[in-house]
Design a protein around this ligand. Structure first.
Ligand code: ZN
Length: 162
């Protein structure tokens, strides 16, 4: 199946699972959608500040401000939707040092736990891409790795402008 067909299938079949990557931009429409549909959310965290900056831009938000923005949005949604983790390591995780993988996954986990007040039990890796190291780190935190599934993105709810 080609990429265009997969994207279309995701948009038809994936409406109740969202990979949340830029809620600092999509906030209003994203929150309204969540309150209406109550999807399962796999959420980006401040651990992926650099990824978000490269992919979507941060409008000058510092890491602290980005963290506060995510905390505020996820706290508003935590009684509405199930919130789990979304962590981008690399499309080539074997080339990333184990220490960095541990830092990304642990920072994401403890942000949810300590800042948002949710203990995550599931994790989806960006590009569904992970390796044995990521598996071991996740197991230690009691995180189940969720494999490829239909989903949409928060940016599908509010199409982004350039
Ligand atoms: Zn992603």
């Amino acid at each position: 199946m080609n990429l265009k067909d997969i994207n279309m299938l995701n948009k038809i079949c994936g409406k109740d699972i969202i990979h949340v990557e830029c809620p600092h931009i999509t906030e209003k429409k994203f929150i309204a959608y969540c309150k209406r549909v109550r999807p399962l959310l796999f959420c980006i965290t401040p651990a992926n500040y650099q990824f978000v900056q490269a992919e979507f831009g941060l409008d000058g938000l510092t890491p602290e401000e980005f963290s506060e923005t995510l905390t505020r949005i996820y706290k508003e949604l935590k009684g509405v939707c199930q919130i789990q983790l979304h962590v981008h390591i690399s499309q080539f995780p074997k080339r990333v040092p184990n220490k960095r993988k541990r830092e990304l996954i642990e920072n994401a986990y403890y942000f949810m736990k300590n800042k948002v007040g949710i203990t995550p039990t599931k994790i989806v890796f960006g590009w569904f891409s992970y390796d044995e190291d990521c598996k071991k780190i996740s197991e230690k935190l009691d995180l189940n790795i969720i494999e490829n599934h239909f989903h949409i993105y928060d940016r599908d709810i509010k199409p982004l402008e350039n």
